[in-house]
Design a protein around this ligand. Structure first.
Ligand SMILES: *[C@@H]1O[C@H](CO)[C@@H](O)[C@H](O)[C@H]1NC(C)=O
Ligand SMILES: *[C@@H]1O[C@H](CO)[C@@H](O)[C@H](O)[C@H]1NC(C)=O
Ligand SMILES: *[C@@H]1O[C@H](CO)[C@@H](O)[C@H](O)[C@H]1NC(C)=O
Ligand SMILES: *[C@@H]1O[C@H](CO)[C@@H](O)[C@H](O)[C@H]1NC(C)=O
Ligand SMILES: *[C@@H]1O[C@H](CO)[C@@H](O)[C@H](O)[C@H]1NC(C)=O
Ligand SMILES: *[C@@H]1O[C@H](CO)[C@@H](O)[C@H](O)[C@H]1NC(C)=O
Length: 469
């Protein structure tokens, strides 16, 4: 589906290039008129969902075409897409995708453990991949997205399952703590302790604390902040770096800055600010992260993925093509739960969305570069990510009009929880110490895992936003 659309779009532009047709073909939106924003968002949403074949015969429910080399998208990106769709519904009221979203979030939960670790996707299963699905489930709870039938896993319990399985993976032998990037030991990237894995964990912990009012989650959110900044991944100027390796005790910091990291982080930190009823240390962290984020990622008021969206070339991969949307969605939530940020955030969300819209055609096909004023025909790296980002930008602009902060269990949230969700069986827990008797058996398992992994290594070990380290 993506290939066909990509072809159609470039054919259209070739035609348009000879005259004014391309100009007339732009998506028209008046950002001062919420009904205009809603109709534009609906066109973009429909365009996005054309990339999703999950409910067609013979396709897997819940995933975008992939993972590589079968198709462009890793497993996690569909989780991010359904999160985007939930926000779209929350802000616009359009419930067209309720059923498809519920089916996807429930199927990919991975029965019977229901902790977003389905065996199908083990070869690319990072803590961050799991958490992007967990964050979508958490959002479903926070927005009172319709609950699944009682015999199916519930939104809050799914987020708790992700939290519980990740707490079990926190380990202090290297780097004084933190989560590794990958979950299975055999995956390339297992020795990388990176920011995205840890800030996703912090994000879910903070939101669980606020939703359930259970301090245990808050302690973990704070511990993760302390670790992340202690190890130097967040520096004193609030730059947010990518990560380091356990072989170097995480001192070999890869200082590349991708927006997904501060986006997920500032969301979690703002939730902690709200949960603590405005505690000064969390206020300072929100303010610092916001200041640095605006300066770094919104030069001229329009979002740029600076590490790979270069003036003269485009080096962003499929994953990175979806990052702008996470930033816009995160900032909208920050504006709700940390009201002191509203003036700064709404100003930049508006100017950046204006840029996003200027990259869209009238059929809702949007580009990746938002600061050019036209559709950039960047179709090589997973157009679904660009569609998600444009949709996120448009819907997030309605945040103040919607004026509904994330629900909690005390303020109308209806999702059912299970504090022990995901505890059994934790198939990817760190291996227990090996006794002599176990060794032979473990060796066989390892050989089998290795044999099946090596076949996939060509694409699995290519770090997805680790850059060239
Ligand atoms: C796992 O793969 C099988 C075979 O393609 C498919 O039927 C099933 O729906 C998949 N499960 C998940 C959770 O993706
Ligand atoms: C590893 O780094 C942590 C701080 O992040 C430090 O506390 C610990 O002593 C270091 N360990 C080694 C072996 O250098
Ligand atoms: C949510 O509140 C209800 C009562 O209003 C209570 O029965 C339930 O245990 C609470 N759930 C959580 C996760 O705290
Ligand atoms: C961030 O803080 C610096 C130093 O105080 C200031 O010069 C800059 O204008 C701030 N940026 C934004 C976007 O507020
Ligand atoms: C927490 O969020 C709610 C909902 O948006 C908001 O009304 C409240 O003012 C926030 N609390 C603080 C301390 O900012
Ligand atoms: C709070 O969360 C922790 C961590 O999951 C759990 O062990 C504990 O039972 C929860 N407490 C309550 C009162 O639900």
């Amino acid at each position: 589906m993506g290939t066909i659309k990509a072809f159609a779009a470039s054919a259209l532009l070739l035609l348009g290039a000879t005259g004014v047709a391309a100009q007339d073909d732009k998506l028209r939106v008046n950002l001062d008129d919420s009904s205009s924003i809603k109709s534009a968002a609906k066109v973009v949403a429909r365009n996005l969902m054309e990339y999703y074949p999950g409910d067609e015969p013979g396709k897997t429910v819940g995933i975008l075409p992939g993972p590589p080399p079968i198709g462009p998208y890793y497993w996690w990106q569909a989780g991010a897409m359904f999160g985007t769709i939930i926000d779209y519904w929350h802000y616009t009221g359009d419930d067209e995708y309720h059923e498809v979203t519920r089916r996807a979030l429930v199927h990919q939960a991975g029965a019977p453990t229901n902790s977003y670790m389905p065996p199908n996707w083990t070869a690319s299963l990072g803590n961050d991949d799991q958490a992007f699905w967990g964050m979508a489930a958490m959002l479903a709870a926070e927005t009172n997205f319709p609950n699944p039938p009682k015999d199916q896993p519930q939104w809050l319990a799914l987020a708790q399952a992700v939290f519980n399985t990740q707490v079990a993976r926190w380990e202090t032998e290297d780097c004084n703590g933190g989560l590794r990037w990958q979950i299975p030991h055999s995956n390339g990237g297992y020795t990388y302790k990176n920011t995205i894995a840890n800030v996703c964990f912090l994000n879910i912990a903070a939101r669980l604390a606020r939703y359930t009012n259970n301090e245990t989650y808050a302690i973990w959110a704070e511990r993760t902040w302390d670790w992340e900044s202690g190890v130097g991944y967040v520096d004193k100027d609030f730059n947010v770096y990518d990560g380091g390796h356990t072989d170097f005790n995480c001192t070999d910091i890869n200082k590349v800055q991708f927006s997904a990291n501060p986006a997920v982080l500032i969301h979690g930190v703002a939730i902690m600010y709200n949960y603590t009823n405005g505690e000064e240390k969390w206020r300072a962290r929100v303010a610092g992260l916001l200041n640095r984020t605006l300066d770094h990622f919104f030069p001229e008021g329009i979002m740029v993925e600076r590490a790979c969206e270069l003036e003269d070339s485009m080096q962003c991969n499929v994953d990175q093509h979806s990052f702008k949307g996470y930033m816009h969605r995160a900032l909208a939530t920050v504006a709700m739960v940390a009201p002191f940020t509203r003036p700064d955030i709404m100003k930049v969300l508006r100017s950046s969305t204006q840029g996003a819209v200027s990259s869209c055609l009238s059929d809702g096909t949007c580009g990746f570069r938002w600061n050019k004023g036209y559709y950039d025909r960047d179709t090589l790296n997973g157009p679904a990510g660009q569609q998600m980002s444009a949709l996120a930008a448009l819907s997030s602009l309605l945040v103040l009009e919607r004026n509904q902060g994330p629900y909690t269990n005390l303020t109308g949230g209806t999702s059912a929880g299970d504090p022990n969700a995901g505890a059994n069986p934790n198939i990817f827990a760190p291996p227990p110490p090996v006794t002599t008797g176990d060794r032979a058996g473990a060796g066989i398992v390892t050989a089998l895992v290795l044999a099946s992994t090596i076949a996939c290594l060509a694409w699995v070990s290519g770090p997805w936003w680790e850059g060239d380290v």
